[in-house]
Design a binder for this molecule. Sequence first.
Ligand SMILES: [Zn+2]
Length: 297
Amino acid sequence: MRQFVVLGTASQVPTRTRNHNGYLLLWDGQGLLFDPGEGTQRQMLLAGVSASQITRICLTHVHGDHCFGLPGVLSRMVLDGVQHPVHLHFPASGEEVVRALVSLASPGLDLRLLPHGGSGIVAPGLEVRPLNHRIETYGYRFVEPDGRTLLPDRLAAAGIVGSDIGRLQREGNLGAIRQEDVSVPRRGQRFAFVMDTAECEGAEELADGADLLVAESTFSDEDAGLARQYRHLTAGQAGALAAGGGVGTLLLAHFSARYEDVLPLVGQARARAAGTNVLAANDLDRVAFPARRRNVS
Ligand SMILES: [Zn+2]
C-alpha cells in the first residue's frame, strides 16, 4: 500500500481547522513521518494510523511547528511497545534541539539519530537537498528503483507460467528467454517533500519527475513580499516548481493562518502548473499515491 496521510497543514500557528504540520507516507510496509508538529499524536489517532507504523522520521528543519510533536510521538511508540528500529533524520545544525526533544521522550525505543549536513542519499531510496530558509533546512525525496513490468501476453506466448515467472524475475532469464523479452522498463515512483523554502535549486532537484510533490504554499501570490521576507513559497511559486519538474500531482500544504479559504491558492498554483494535478491538503486527508504514469522517463 502506498498512501500519503495528512496529519496537519498549518504553518506557524494552528487554526480551528488546521493542526500544526505532520505527514505520514505509508509505502510498502514502511512509514515515513515528516515534520511532526505539536498535536501529531492525536492527529494520528484521528487519521486512523498507529505509531507502530512509523519506521523513519524526517525533519526538514527544527522550527517548532515542524518538530515539537516529536516527544509525544516517540513516547507513544514506547508505550505501544514498538520493537523495530526508528531512524530519525534531521539537519546537523539542529542536533541540539533534536537531542533536547528526544530527551523528553520516554526511554526504551531503538531510536537512531542520523544528522545530515549536505546533499546526498541518507537511506536506501531517500535523498536530501538543501533548501533556502532562515535556518538550515533540507527537503526529501523518496525514490523507488526503476524496474520492469512483465507482459502477460508475452509470458503466455513464451509458455512461462506459475512459479517460473518468479524464477525469471529472480534470475533474469529462463533458458533462452530473457526477462527483457517478456517485459518493458518500469520507471520507479518518486515522492518529493519540499517545506519551508524560497525558490531554490534544491527544491527543483527534489521536484524533478516526482509523481507526488508535497510543497509548502505558505502565502498567496498577493503576499509575495511576505514570502520573500520569511523565505517561503507562494502558491504560484509552488505551481511553477511543479511545472518545472514535470510533476504528476502537486499537493499544497503548510498554509498561513491568514487564509481561511485556500481555494484561491490552489487556483494560483494551477495557473502556473498546466498538466499537473493540483490539490490542497486538508487535515486527515488520505491521498492514494498516484498511479504510475505512462510516457515519463
Ligand atoms: Zn514551517
